[in-house]
Ligand binder design. Structure first.
Ligand SMILES: *[C@@H]1O[C@H](CO)[C@@H](O)[C@H](O)[C@H]1NC(C)=O
Ligand SMILES: *[C@@H]1O[C@H](CO)[C@@H](O)[C@H](O)[C@H]1NC(C)=O
Length: 294
């Protein structure tokens, strides 16, 4: 009897663990830029580590990654990377300071466009967004795959090139790139003013408002975070999905289709149900943002 119980327990445990392992997600990182991009990945505090924290992607190359259950963290692209004569690896944008291709627990140096995820969060939903709060370096699109019925399971991202028209005071230029703008800083990073950083007396959603700088980002990328409290139109939710994260999604089709969805959303009906749904997302978004700051 004791032996049978032991085997039954063992079987149950292995069944459970196989169920658990099938619940991990796949993130497929794809580079559609016409230049190489080095992906950077950072796990949030206390979440399971990833099989990789950084790797190169040549133009048109894709790399699927198995993401552990309940993972949260950020993914971004590094550009203009090279290895110097001492063997130290650095990038002009999105550098993580590790000196190697793997970021090993270090995050992106701003400015960098970030794709942020919390898998299996509140109500078992995945939360995700694309953020320009730390500035912008390249276009990113996040496409949820599989059952898209639950939550606000939309394509999001910042699909346009914001470097060309970046306000001069926010520009990050690179001598090696012919003094071209290679990234666009956030006003917070450029000026350090609490008004732009949502800090000090501006540290609540009521006191921190959009500025002409955040509006530059928001107009170009309506579904991306343009400042810290931009939650209502920038946080998305899905049930247990896989995600495709594309650097430089092709402008011609993606810009058009998502642009249409986005304008429909901002002029949408003000029904009570919708207001309730949006405010729930805002509240959850705050919790999500707050948890990130810890
Ligand atoms: C993931 O989160 C769920 C719900 O919070 C929990 O029941 C489960 O044990 C977690 N799984 C892992 C692998 O941490
Ligand atoms: C997601 O897309 C749907 C359908 O296009 C739209 O009604 C909804 O407002 C969008 N949600 C967000 C947060 O953009």
């Amino acid at each position: 009897m004791g032996k049978l119980q032991f085997y039954v327990t063992l079987l149950t445990l292995s069944l459970l663990s196989s169920i658990n392992s099938t619940r991990s997600a796949t993130f497929t990182l794809t580079n559609q830029c016409n230049y190489p991009v080095w992906a950077g990945l950072l796990s949030g505090a206390g979440t399971p580590p990833l099989p990789t924290t950084g790797f190169p992607l040549q133009p048109t190359q894709s790399n699927p990654i198995t993401i552990p259950q309940n993972w949260s963290g950020r993914i971004w692209g590094r550009t203009l990377c090279s290895t110097d004569f001492t063997g130290r690896f650095t990038c002009v944008t999105g550098d993580c300071g590790s000196g190697t291709v793997e970021c090993n627990g270090a995050g992106a140096t701003p400015p960098a466009t970030l794709a942020e995820f919390t898998l299996n969060g509140a109500n078992g939903m995945d939360f995700y967004d694309v953020s320009l709060v730390d500035g912008y370096n390249l276009p990113i699109m996040v496409v949820p795959e599989g059952d898209r019925s639950g939550g606000n399971c939309n394509v999001t991202g910042c699909l346009v090139d914001l470097n060309q028209n970046c306000p001069s005071e926010l520009r990050l230029t690179d001598v090696g790139a012919g003094d071209e703008s290679v990234a666009c800083r956030s006003a917070c990073e450029a000026f350090g003013d609490p008004m732009y950083c949502c800090s000090g007396t501006y540290s609540t959603p009521q006191t921190c408002n959009p500025t002409s700088y955040s509006e530059y980002f928001k107009t170009a990328c309506p579904t991306a975070y343009s400042y810290a409290y931009d939650d209502g139109t920038s946080t998305f939710t899905c049930f247990a999905g896989n995600y495709v994260i594309t650097f430089c999604p092709t402008p011609a089709n993606s810009r058009k289709t998502t642009g249409a969805g986005q304008s429909a959303e901002s002029s949408g009906s003000g029904s009570l149900a919708k207001t309730f749904r949006v405010s729930t997302v805002i509240v959850i978004g705050f919790i999500f943002k707050w948890a990130w700051r810890l």
